[in-house]
Design a protein around this ligand. Structure first.
Ligand SMILES: Cc1ncc(COP(=O)(O)O)c(C=O)c1O
Length: 349
């Protein structure tokens, strides 16, 4: 046993993020980043930032960004919480709302069990159906975490299904993680006013082309936001840094640009999905900026290895039920053309 380490540090299995290869000229379709740059207005906020202002701590309540998000959602600042990426927001939410016996699907964002282990929260996995849809009526526990659209399947559910989950888990918090909702799911944000147990979590990493900025947020009724604040203030009493707040505020205010980017990605996704289907892939219906695919005649691992040898990176999860699937992020049209051409080469070898 290694000396000096806590029991937790000795036992925890951390989340493994997708590779960030250093080589230039690769096509990176493995971590669901947005292939387009942030909007001109967002980049102006960066270049126009008064660096001397970094001398001061940001306002402890994170007022500037929270106010912008509240305005965008037509709600109050007391309904908004911000964090260093939605990963941090989700981690605080586990600590704020869950004591154990929570539930999430067996195939979902692989960080969900990691936070449960980190905070000693017991959990049950709800097996998805064979077609990877969620048996909604079986989601009943002392806390629920749902990604909508789900990851890595990409399959989205509707607001009526979210409401069913909220109603059958009235006494517990239901977290709806909307990291990919901009690409094909209705946001549950309008339900916040009616459901005191709903926490909607979102991120600027995918829809707003800002994975490197690390900004995520949550929307919920004030009693939930206050609890998140208490947990955060017991961990790090300052909010997101002033620069991130400034850039994120500019991005969130420029919805027209980001909505048009999302539309472009959806069109590219549909085109790529059609092409991959014509090659014999099973392509799950995606509401996200990625597709989840498998081929009955070729092993996912072999396809991935060939793509990688040609400088194209996609994600493979060596996990039960999905080990023959690849998750392919949607890049630009040119990047997807290169992917399709290389897959075609592999299949015809
Ligand atoms: C379902 C889901 N939720 C949350 C996140 C975290 O996003 P971030 O921490 O960049 O906001 C990811 C990232 O890949 C994700 O796939």
């Amino acid at each position: 046993m290694p000396k000096y380490l806590s029991r937790k540090a000795k036992s925890i299995t951390p989340y493994t993020a997708g590779a960030q290869p250093k080589a230039k000229n690769i096509i990176k379709l493995n971590t669901n980043e947005n292939p387009y740059p942030p909007s001109p207005a967002t980049l102006e906020a960066l270049s126009g930032f008064d660096g001397a202002a970094l001398r001061l701590y940001p306002r402890p309540d994170g007022g500037e960004l929270r106010a912008t998000i509240a305005r965008t959602y037509n709600t109050d600042i007391s309904n908004v919480f911000c964090g260093n990426g939605s990963d941090e927001v989700l981690a605080f939410a586990y600590d704020a709302f869950f004591d154990g016996d929570i539930m999430f699907p067996d195939i979902t964002y692989s960080f969900y069990p990691v936070w449960a282990d980190l905070f000693d929260i017991s959990y049950k996995l709800l097996p998805l159906r064979d077609d990877f849809t969620i048996p909604i009526e079986q989601l009943k526990a002392n806390g629920i975490v749902l990604s909508n659209p789900n990851a890595p399947t990409g399959i989205a559910i509707g607001l009526s299904e979210i409401e069913t989950v909220l109603k059958s888990n009235k006494d517990y918090v239901v977290i709806v993680d909307e990291a990919y909702a901009a690409f094909g799911a209705d946001s549950a944000a309008p339900l916040v006013a009616s459901y005191p147990n709903l926490l909607v979590v979102n991120t600027l990493s995918k829809s707003h082309c800002l994975a490197g900025l690390r900004v995520g947020y949550a929307l919920g009724q004030p009693h939930l936001i206050d609890a998140l604040m208490s947990i955060k203030d017991s961990f790090n009493s300052y909010p997101l840094d002033s620069l991130a707040q400034k850039i994120a505020s500019a991005a969130i205010s420029d919805s027209q640009y980001y909505e048009s980017i999302a539309k472009k990605i959806i069109a590219t996704r549909e085109r790529a999905a059609e092409k991959l289907s014509s090659f014999g892939f099973n392509v799950l219906p995606s509401g996200a900026n990625f597709v989840f695919v498998s081929h009955s005649a070729f092993a996912a691992k072999d396809i991935k290895a060939y793509l990688e040898s040609q400088g194209i990176y996609v994600r493979h999860f060596d996990l039960p039920r999905i080990s023959n699937y690849l998750r392919i992020s949607i890049g630009t049209d040119e990047q997807m053309d290169a992917l399709i051409k290389t897959v075609d080469e592999f299949l015809s070898k």
